[in-house]
Design a protein around this ligand. Sequence first.
Ligand code: ATP
Ligand code: MG
Length: 535
Amino acid sequence: MSEGAAKKEEKPRKFQAIRGTRDLLPPETALWNRVERTAHEVFATFGFGEIRVPIFESTDLFARAVGGDTDIVSKEMYTFEDRPVGIPDLTAFTDLGEYVAAVESAIRREEIPNTPVNREAVQTLRKKFDDYAAASEQLKPGFSQGSDKKFETYRSFWYQTHFFAGHVQLGDLLSLRPEATASVCRSYIEHGMNSLPQPVKLYYTGPMFRRERPQKGRYRQFYQIGAEVLEAVRPDAAKQDAAKEIKKDATVDAEVIEMVMTFFDRLELQGVQLDINSIGCRECRPKYVELLRAELLKVKDKLGPDSQRRIETNPLRVLDSKLESEQGIIATLPHIADHLCEECAAHYASVKHQLEMRGVIYRENWRLVRGLDYYVRTTFEITAQGLGSQNAVCGGGRYDGLVELLGGPPTKGIGFAIGEDRLILSLQESGKASAQKGRDVYIAWMGERAHATAIRAAKDLRKAGFSVELPPVEQKFGKALGQADKLGAKYALILGDNEVSEGLWTLKTLADGSQAKYTEPDLLEHLRKQKALSS
Ligand code: ATP
Ligand code: MG
């Protein structure tokens, strides 16, 4: 078959959004905008400033901050090798030796990651290649396929060289961000924000990426709105009144929670339920975890395989279990609140008191432990209605010490992340997603003179903030009015030769079909008044 014939038969491939990602379209995007606008407004009233961090970062940053054992890091991240320009992979070389030399020179010039692991990988590659080269020298005199032992050796080294070439890391490992707290902390350190007036209060909005099983309210690209409060620990903090410090932290926690609740309230999110807990600190939590492990071991055979495994790896996560058969057993387990150290107990009591002072209604949930490794003391989660089993719209907590873990100075932190997709779903389900308004004015024009006037009218109306549809071709007035109706326009402005020459424009209110004539300035005034009345 000739190439031309093949081309003719080939149907163009149909592209679809990648599994777990989706397009957000009008009119729904109007709701997304309203939600984000409200976040900007509410967070600003609490003194928060917006931060925009990159969408990808070093994989190590997330591994360190989120925790290597978490589902997020161990299996959900989108990670790729960021190869420097000009370092092609093996397939681009016909000569194996040239490739090995190129890699050696690249690591010397630090064009590819010059880490101990990578240096070792390059050394191994060199050794395998030298073995291979020696074997191929051996082969030269009596090259005979298959039968010759020498050929087997040669072939084995050829494979090994290729295998070890695959072990050399040609670029830095980067990941699409699965969350933003790690990035905000990285940024705090990088920009020396500890020398700004403390605490530093930041919020963000944007997409996050996790390779999870897509379902309602769970996507691979999803959106979060989050905030963080970071505060450098003063060198003299230990000498300060410890009780005062605990109360201050608790107050910050309560205000952050109050801010999220205010935001949800403003959006009229329905069925909002705030759960709080304290998961202790590095002093008291390990003791509780040991106690929990001991208790769980006593009932091990009554638990499912997941929980059995978690007795060893992370007993706290057993409390998270949704398995019906385990609920009775979990109910009898010791509560962390009874095992907090004195400081954590005081902190938790103070958070509750501060929430009450703010009129924030909460429920204590001793089983709330949350997935990320870095939390201490306060954890909280907010659920809303209409979401089925993915009903958490916000998760948050205190993470003192995370900045230090990332190489920064001693710093306290508290923050939250709202799942914007779920927030929107809940608003839609409860009818709080006010429908997108149609156009304000549809301009029905006929004739060239009228067109010129229509263009000017559209410009003036738009400048005054009205949404205007100006059709590009003239239409009979009947058809134009039908079109205006379809677009949900409130008014049709009718401009024909008569209107233009009289200087009196006809405005039709589509809801009731009433019609009136206005001069140009009167029309604008009338529309302004109507708009003010309806908003
Ligand atoms: P979940 O238990 O529902 O998986 P999580 O503990 O993994 O939540 P966080 O990492 O705390 O969630 O993120 C905060 C919020 O982000 C969640 O409460 C949720 O609303 C939202 N979220 C998390 N993962 C997804 C996802 N894959 N798709 C949509 N929203 C998500
Ligand atoms: Mg999750």
